[in-house]
Design a protein around this ligand. Sequence first.
Ligand code: NAP
Length: 484
Amino acid sequence: MKLKDMNLFRQQAFISGQWVDASSKRTLTVNNPADDTRIGTVPALDAAQIKQAIQSAHEAFLLWREYTPLERGNILRRWQALIEENSDDIAAIMTTEQGKPLTEAKGEIAGGNSYIGWFAEEGRRLYGEIIPSPWPGKQPLTMKQPIGVTAAITPWNFPMSMITRKAAPALAAGCTMLIKPASKTPFSALALVELASRAGVPAGVLSVITGDSSVIGTELCNSDIVRKISFTGSTAVGKRLIAACAGTVKKVSMELGGNAPFIICPDADIDLAVDGTLKSKFRNAGQTCICANRIIVHESIHDTYVARLAEHVREIKVGNGMDAGVTQGPLIDRKAKESMEDFIADALSKGACLAAGGKASDLGGLYFEPTVLTGITTQMRVFREEIFGPICPVITYNEEKEAVALANDTEYGLASYVFTKDIGSFYRIASALEYGLVGVNEVGLATGEVPFGGVKESGLGREGGRQGIEDYVETKYILLGNLH
Ligand code: NAP
């Protein structure tokens, strides 16, 4: 990996402002999914080191909460500026460890940075209230206070933005944070924390702890110092963490899996819908929580839509994300590739047809052909489960109510999409969808300014928007009495 600043490539954990190795010297190896070469290692910290990191985050909290919101905001803005200045290097690190095309990595960095800029300002607007009193001589009021030491556990699919969505509101509110990045993509997180330190984030305020997820998860969940855990990842792990946090009655935020419906109404602009499908379904090789997972298209336009979509899908250039022109990188690991093969075999055995792709790419390794499947039914696994790969299943509907019923027929409720020109359809469908996010004729949903999050088994809480900082504060009620 060639970087302009090689100091951004760190192979140690960052605790209390220091770069540290594991006490045991044990490491975890990180490979490049594009060619399976070894990129480097990170320490496998032990329980005692995690405890130490939590303690230092607590000590740092006592100082950090005394900074004014303006001072904290200024530091965050410096962090944002440094990330922007170093975005070529961070993108190179991200593509090397995660596989996404370099242009997508840069897009993620710009999007992720929007959260830092937004929360640098929102921290200054954490207003309390002077409540009109129902009692003579008494005055109730509220103030918002940081909740304390927090922890973030993040996935590999967005190695940078899933961190900034959590760290920026936490730090802006006056909390400190321990970040446990995905073991497949720790180097983006380590570059971020190096830049945070250069920006003036004090020692212990933002730490990155690496190692076995079960060891770290147990320490974070059981600690009575850690007051909140914000998790982004699979619903299965999220449920385990919610249960584990019950013992200390910790606040939790959960950004979990999705099974996004993508409804295309009979009056929709078909080219716009095809473009939206390509951007939503195949971004990050289909490995995003808000990827279109089920295309629900009106039967009258199905054939035209599928023909146009398949034509464009065949033009997707699969390859190493570092190579110019590549629009789809490798999958994250062998398990993901096998999972795609299983999804396709299941659908074909139940009567689905292939309109494009359908197998591992001739390039070998972890590359997979962008695939379109038609003739989907609700019994197929591609309808019921989060695919998390470049397979686009298409199912038809006849009545609008049927489209909504199909869309809501899942335990998930993160992102959903509707393509229509009719204001009545838009309003009826968008209102009836049991989802936290609805894109109407648009698929690019996330940015610092808006509340992002799911309902049902897709999660708890919102990230971004004015709501995104609320999870990092407690509202304290104070009553002033005997004022006569
Ligand atoms: P994952 O397997 O749940 O892992 C996510 C994180 O949790 C990783 O850091 C992982 O560590 C850690 N982890 C795993 N088991 C743990 C345990 N027992 N205790 C504590 N931490 C544990 O998910 P993933 O495969 O990385 O990510 C894909 C999933 O994330 C998909 O379901 C996707 O939909 C979801 N996602 C949701 C959103 C959203 O905003 N709703 C955004 C992005 C992704 P290791 O890496 O060390 O295993």
